[in-house]
Design a protein around this ligand. Structure first.
Ligand code: ZN
Length: 129
C-alpha cells in the first residue's frame, strides 16, 4: 500500500464509527478502492450512519468494505399512515373492526368478542323469524 493510500485510509478510518480490525480494514480498503473512489467510500459512511437502524450495531469496517456497503441504497422514509389510509387498508382486508363499527358501533375490543356477539345476534334473528 502506498503512503498516499495509507493516508487516505487513515482519513476514512477516522470517519468510520466502529474502530475494530484496522489491519483487515486497511486491506479491504485497498481492494474497495479498485472499484470506488476515495470520495465514494467516505460519503458512503455518512449515508450509512444516517440510515443505520438503532437496533443494529455498526458493521465491522472490514465487512462494510468487503460487502460494498457504500453502494447501499436507502429508501425514502416510509410515510406515516394517515387515518384514511389505515381505514381503507382495514376495509380492503375485510377487518372485523370495520364490520363491528357498522353493527356494534365499534365497541368490541377484539375480533373474538365481535364474532361471538355477531353470531349470537344472528342466532337470535334466526329464532325470531
Ligand atoms: Zn362488534
Amino acid at each position: 500500500m502506498t503512503t498516499a493510500m495509507q493516508h487516505e485510509f487513515e482519513e476514512w478510518w477516522d470517519s468510520y464509527p466502529r474502530k475494530v480490525g484496522k489491519l483487515a480494514a486497511m486491506k479491504a480498503y485497498a481492494k474497495a478502492r479498485k472499484t470506488a473512489t476515495a470520495q465514494e467510500l467516505r460519503e458512503g459512511i455518512g449515508r450509512y450512519m444516517k440510515h443505520k437502524p438503532s437496533y443494529a450495531d455498526y458493521a465491522h469496517p472490514q465487512t462494510w468494505l468487503n460487502q460494498g456497503r457504500w453502494m447501499d441504497q436507502y429508501g425514502a422514509e416510509r410515510p406515516m399512515l394517515t387515518p384514511t389510509d389505515t381505514r381503507s387498508f382495514l376495509e380492503s382486508i375485510g377487518h372485523w373492526s370495520i364490520d363491528c363499527e357498522r353493527l356494534h358501533g365499534g365497541t368490541c375490543q377484539s375480533g373474538n368478542a365481535h364474532y361471538d356477539k355477531r353470531d349470537a345476534e344472528q342466532a337470535m334473528k334466526a329464532q325470531a323469524s
